[in-house]
Design a protein around this ligand. Structure first.
Ligand SMILES: Nc1nc2c(ncn2[C@@H]2O[C@H](COP(=O)(O)OP(=O)(O)OP(=O)(O)O)[C@@H](O)[C@H]2O)c(=O)[nH]1
Ligand SMILES: [Mg+2]
Length: 456
């Protein structure tokens, strides 16, 4: 437990309706009472967890700076586990700064980045994964990221890691029993040990595998527009971006290389990619463009298959729909402002359960609906509530643990004695401890909290 008391402004710099100052530490109450004076004479010592109306006053001059509300959270029930005080006043940077100065003059120290959260971690209220999640939540650029972080703040990822630890300890207990009592009873079947290890490895695999998804969420899901030449891909690209970004001409083969632009739909982030038309041309540049387009579509998180509804569909249209089976996709019938000649039933049969929508990229018809559909089809499936590892240092530790357990399993399967693989299993415990922050490493702590803002 820290023996000094920290103070900082917790709201962002600049002007706002309200501003919040926080104090944490053993002298929080004493420091606050130097510059905060309750308006009611009846308020003696500060009551716990109930708002007190008062004034921020410069004790030296007796000058009143602002009206404010103070709430006192006594430790260890507070978020930092120490005595914690929050003072809400008007969001004027001048007043907030002055109030902090008064606090420092009364014996508090100006807090460093993330110091309040660091105290919550050091006080044992949250583990290091939850502390990291606090910052992820604050810095989230999309709602999906925020949802992942709030779950991790609630301890979901920590619990999953805890379940790995339980399995590892279970395996170790079995191994150690087998070593200590080799002659007793029927002994411990290696299959039981193997099962504990296997369960732990499966949980690790799921967490490690989620890292790519986490990265995609941070950078935005890729959505590729594909289709035959001249169906209006670039026009749709521009319409979705609300910007004349790509060149549009009446001539097939206009787009030769791909273009990518960030696209925000509501609270979700995407990378939208316009590609060259899928034709059977032999022109070397077009052919290269087509190959790139094909590759991008295959790797995309979602694909918009564009079809010119004003013409009869071709075998190529159907082949493109079929060729992308297994991908998340939407069939978009473009040029709906013209007379529709495409056989919708035939396309529906080819597309199966794939959702479809008629739009006019040129006139802007149904573009809003298409955006909502993109969000629904490509994002919502990611929100199943699985764990997502967002940070490389977490992923690397998980991989290290997996390496140890997989090696132990290999030795066990090969028929080695318990002593041999016990070492491997025991060897993963420090990595597990570092992952949850149970083993407190100065370097890790500094790295994580230095990215925080002051006042958090
Ligand atoms: N009437 C109508 N014309 C459209 C629509 N969308 C695109 N076009 C026209 O179709 C032609 C081709 O449009 P592009 O956006 O260049 O088509 P593309 O699929 O990118 O073509 P490539 O890059 O050659 O593969 C242009 O003349 C557009 O004005 C639409 O919704 N309605
Ligand atoms: Mg184009």
């Amino acid at each position: 437990m820290a023996d000094d008391t920290i103070i900082a402004v917790s709201t962002p710099p600049g002007y706002g309706g309200l501003g919040i100052i926080r104090l944490s530490g053993p002298a929080a109450r004493r420091v606050a009472s130097r510059f905060f004076k309750p308006q009611s004479k009846k308020t003696g010592t500060l009551p716990a967890r109930s708002p007190v109306l008062g004034d921020i006053v410069d004790a030296r001059t007796g000058e009143r700076l602002d009206e404010a509300v103070l709430i006192y959270f006594p430790g260890p029930l507070s978020t930092t586990r120490e005595d914690l005080i929050e003072i809400t006043c008007h969001g004027s940077p001048v007043i907030l700064e002055q109030a902090v100065r008064l606090g420092v003059r009364s014996g508090a120290r100006h807090a460093g980045p993330g110091e309040f959260t660091r105290r919550a971690y050091l006080g044992g209220r949250i583990d290091i994964i939850q502390a990291q999640a606090v910052n992820d939540l604050i810095m989230a650029r999309t709602l999906e990221q925020a949802k992942i972080s709030i779950r991790q703040l609630g301890g979901s990822l920590s619990r999953m890691i805890e379940s790995v630890r339980v399995r590892v300890l279970e395996a170790l207990t079995l191994i150690e029993t087998a070593i200590e009592f080799p002659d007793e009873g029927p002994g411990i079947p290696p299959a039981r040990i193997g099962k504990s290890l296997g369960n732990a490895i499966a949980a690790l695999d799921a967490m490690i595998g989620s890292y790519d998804l986490g990265k995609t969420l941070l950078e935005g899901l890729t959505v590729v527009i594909t289709g035959r030449p001249n169906v209006g891909k670039s026009t749709l690209f521009n319409a979705l971006l609300e910007e004349e970004r790509a060149i549009v001409t009446p001539y097939p083969g206009t787009t030769r290389d791909f273009l990518r632009e960030p696209l925000r739909i509501g609270n979700s982030l995407f990378t939208l990619i316009d590609t060259a038309g899928m034709s059977t041309t032999f022109h070397p540049i077009e052919k290269e463009g087509r190959e790139r387009g094909r590759k991008l579509a295959a790797e995309a998180d979602g694909v918009l298959i564009l079809i010119d509804a004003s013409r009869k569909e071709t075998a190529e249209d159907v082949a493109i729909i079929r060729g992308l089976a297994g991908k998340r996709r939407i069939v978009v019938l473009n040029k709906s402002d013209l007379r529709v000649r495409v056989d919708k039933d035939k396309l529906k049969r080819a597309a199966g359960a794939v959702p479809g929508l008629e739009v006019s990229a040129l006139k802007g018809t149904n573009i809003g609906r298409l955006k909502r559909l993109i969000r629904k089809e490509f994002v919502s499936s990611l929100e199943r509530g699985g764990e997502v590892v967002l940070h490389l240092h977490q992923k690397l530790l998980l991989e290290e643990i997996r390496r140890g357990l997989t090696e132990a399993q290999r030795l066990l399967d090969a028929g080695f004695s318990e002593e041999v693989y016990a070492e491997e299993v025991r060897g993963v415990l420090p990595s597990l401890g570092r992952l949850t922050g149970e083993i407190k490493s100065r370097e890790v702590i500094d790295r994580i909290f230095s990215r925080f803002c002051i006042g958090k």
